[in-house]
Ligand binder design. Structure first.
Ligand code: ADP
Length: 510
């Protein structure tokens, strides 16, 4: 990932502009002094000693740029001695013949020391700027990677990885559970932190202070432990072991502390998101339960009340009633019982579909499935005109015929239920881009804006007058369409009415 490579370059810069080892620095200083001496010896016949000072100052400057301050300070002194030895008469001795030379030496030494001091300062500033830049880049990278994480475990794993790379350490993050660190919930399965040190981590969680190697507390631990303070409470503890060497440098610890704060905030963010999400799910479940209760109490009780009422009237006054009234009462019992049966059937279907029913799929002509559904719905259609437009060359659909038939039946039933008795219903199908598209169209009131998605929710009943179902018919349709890897949508038709469109992918039988 490009982000991660940015981090590792950043981390390299954290240790500032690389300087060679002390021995190599000394070698470089010796070479610079030797070169300056050779040049001075060459120029000596043509120049006065103060002119040759510049040659040595150049060597000091070169050393100050490449090497650390102690090396350039020593070079400053050695260059004054070399200048005296080789360029000031009497040659090849450190003795001086004129007091004026002392002024030259003092001036030369002062300028050399100023050069080393200033160069060292500039280098330190450049190092600091580079480290700061690396730190900013690493933190930015961290923020970017953590923004997309929604699970606490993913946050700590990504963050520990990144912090480790940036500070060149091995990092593990522990997250507490009700005030105590759960050592099972660590960012890495790999256990660089010895078990004996769990006490140190808990101490850090309780006191919110650094502990472990390089600190006064638990100094003999292998790792350093850094508290991860969130905005509200302690979000965890970060344990870090140096990748090389024995103790982490101050700059590495400082970097990890910065990371720890950012990660703590990210952990808190995911935790509150998760809490909000479970509250939302709880609320939805609650809502669903109350809808179910109201559906059950209303939709089941109304037909039951009618049945009980009609049946007891028949029992108590049966012989006193005329034949027609008796007939009416019996019809209403049959009708209500049928309605009750449909609602209970729908509830059972929904439960069955939700528990992941296994499809019995085969290749069927869609026309056959639609025809069977229309036949079953004959009573509900009550002589209404239904126009079917299913082309003969339509490919076979790979479906569970019982379920798909139920889907089509529910749509036809709704079209009959929610439209005036004389209105036509159309059932049309066509093949389209590797799918079969089936539409049930009516000329009823259509679906009010804002309800087109909601009518597919369980127990949702629209505002349309006279709706008497449990709000499950379309939820069942959607569950069946999705079980076939398809989809269902509702929209309004030009000129009035609703269209329900089912799209099923054309799959081969396996
Ligand atoms: P119900 O048991 O209430 O019929 P459904 O899930 O089948 O439950 O339908 C949900 C809601 O969608 C209905 O209450 C109704 O308002 C609306 N609806 C369904 N089909 C149509 C249609 N053909 N025309 C207008 N509204 C419809």
């Amino acid at each position: 990932m490009s982000g991660e490579s940015e981090i590792s370059t950043g981390a390299r810069e954290l240790s500032a502009v690389p300087t060679p080892g002390r021995a190599r620095q000394a070698g470089f200083a010796a070479a610079a002094l030797a070169a300056a001496t050779a040049a001075a010896l060459l120029l000596r016949p043509h120049a006065t000693p103060p002119d040759l000072v510049a040659v040595y100052l150049l060597a000091v400057l070169a050393v100050a740029v490449r090497c650390e301050r102690p090396v350039s300070v020593v070079t400053s002194f050695v260059s004054v001695a070399a200048f005296d030895f080789f360029c000031v008469p009497p040659y090849l001795t450190l003795r001086i013949s004129q007091y004026g030379d002392l002024i030259t030496f003092a001036g030369m030494l002062a300028v050399s020391l100023v050069i080393s001091a200033q160069t060292a300062r500039i280098r330190a500033q450049a190092d600091e700027a580079a480290a700061r830049e690396a730190q900013t880049a690493a933190l930015y990278q961290l923020a970017r990677l953590l923004a997309g994480q929604t699970r606490t475990f993913d946050v700590i794993r990504t963050a520990a990885d990144l912090a480790g790379k940036a500070a060149r350490a091995r990092v593990v993050i522990f997250v507490p559970e009700e005030g105590a660190i759960d050592f099972g919930r660590r960012s890495s399965e790999w256990l660089p932190v010895p078990k004996a040190e769990e006490k140190a981590a808990q101490w850090v969680l309780d006191r919110a202070r650094n502990a472990g190697r390089g600190t006064p507390q638990f100094a003999d631990s292998a790792a350093v432990y850094i508290p991860m303070k969130g905005a509200r409470e302690m979000a965890g503890v970060m344990a870090a072991l140096p990748e090389e060497g024995d103790v982490l440098a101050d700059a590495q610890v400082a970097m990890l502390e910065l990371f720890a704060t950012q990660i703590a905030l990210a952990i808190e963010r995911t935790q509150s998101q998760n809490a909000a999400e479970s509250a939302r799910i709880r609320m939805q479940t609650e809502q669903m339960r109350s809808s179910l209760l109201s559906a059950v109490s209303h939709d089941l009780r109304t037909p039951l009340a009618s049945i009980t009422g009609a049946a007891s009237t028949l029992r108590q006054q049966g012989d006193r009633l005329d034949l027609r009234t008796r007939q009416d009462l019996l019809e209403s019992i049959a009708e209500e019982a049928e309605r009750l049966g449909r609602i209970v059937g729908n509830l059972l279907d929904m439960t069955r579909l939700e528990s992941g029913v296994e499809l019995r799929r085969e290749l069927y002509p869609l026309e056959e499935i639609v025809g069977a559904a229309l036949q079953r719905m004959d009573a509900q259609l009550a002589g209404r005109k239904v126009i079917t437009a299913i082309p003969e060359e339509l490919p076979l659909v790979f479906a569970d015929d019982v379920l798909l038939g139920q889907l089509v039946g529910n749509l036809i039933e709704n079209a009959a239920k929610y439209t005036p008795s004389g209105a036509e219903i159309e059932v049309a199908a066509e093949a389209h881009e590797g799918c079969v598209m089936l539409e049930v169209r009516d000329r009823g009131p259509g679906i009010p804006d804002g309800e087109q998605d909601r009518i597919f929710e369980k127990f949702y009943r629209g505002r349309s007058a006279g709706s008497r179902g449990a709000g499950l018919g379309l939820a069942i349709c959607r569950a069946i369409a999705e079980a076939h890897r398809g989809s269902i949508k509702a929209f309004n038709r030009q000129g009035g009415g609703a269209v329900f469109r089912v799209v099923l992918p054309l799959e081969k039988a396996q």
